[in-house]
Design a protein around this ligand. Sequence first.
Ligand code: NDP
Length: 261
Amino acid sequence: SPHCSQHAVLRTMQVDLHGSTVLVTGGTRGIGRALVEAFAEAGAHVAFTFRSSTDAAAALVESLEEQGTETLSLQGDVADLDAAQAHVNAVTEHFGSLDVLVNNAGITRDGLLLRMGEDDWDDVIDTNLKGTFNFCKAAYMPMMRQQSGSIVNISSVVGTTGNAGQTNYAASKAGIVGFSKSLAKELGGRNVTVNVVAPGYVQTDMTDELDEETRDSILDAVPLDRLATTEEIAEAVLFLAAPASDYITGHVLQVNGGLSM
Ligand code: NDP
């Protein structure tokens, strides 16, 4: 509703990230796009990656630059370490620093384990978990050298609760939690924080694919009785990326309407 989005805009404006450079993976659609827009609104320079939505990427760059945000779009597969390294290099060369990294790009290939193909497993682990490894590895040196930075990795409620039909996805999302806590310990002494946002069900292309029955049963389990908006996930990520949360690291922030407590 218009009320909802206006509310989101007002809260985002309290986060001031002028002068900071942010890199969001998977920025063309869904949560990633809301992240890119929220960071731009907070005054940051924004770089984002995508895999194949070239038109959406071009439209996003145009609309952000119209609003006065310096923007860089980067095409590539997050599962490719060399591409991740090249993307991070492009960001630091273009903007002079990398202050915030958000690993958001993610996919699902659902099915019961009995019928799950090896490709369904590999694609999900390579994109969600290895993609996060790739970008964190690439961001490690620049953030360590500048002795500051925030990394926010996007997990899912399913990473802690499990979900029939999502063994691959849940493994990738639980993996992100263990990975992030370990990296938080490695980078803490360098003033770099590493946190996780674990969304519940969010209104995006990913959840549009759900049938009505599944959707209804999800809503029955959500005390707030609705899906999240992408802006609501972005708010939580912005908090963990902003100076207000400087002393928070290794944390998993559940943004799930009470689905799991
Ligand atoms: P969408 O499917 O709406 O968007 C996915 C984005 O990631 C797109 O920008 C897409 O680029 C990009 N992407 C996908 N695969 C790759 C790849 N291999 N390399 C580079 N970019 C890639 O996803 P959501 O917004 O729904 O989800 C975003 C994150 O939030 C994911 O990690 C997801 O697991 C997580 N999440 C989502 C929930 C939900 O209910 N929607 C709930 C909990 C967690 P392109 O447009 O080019 O395809």
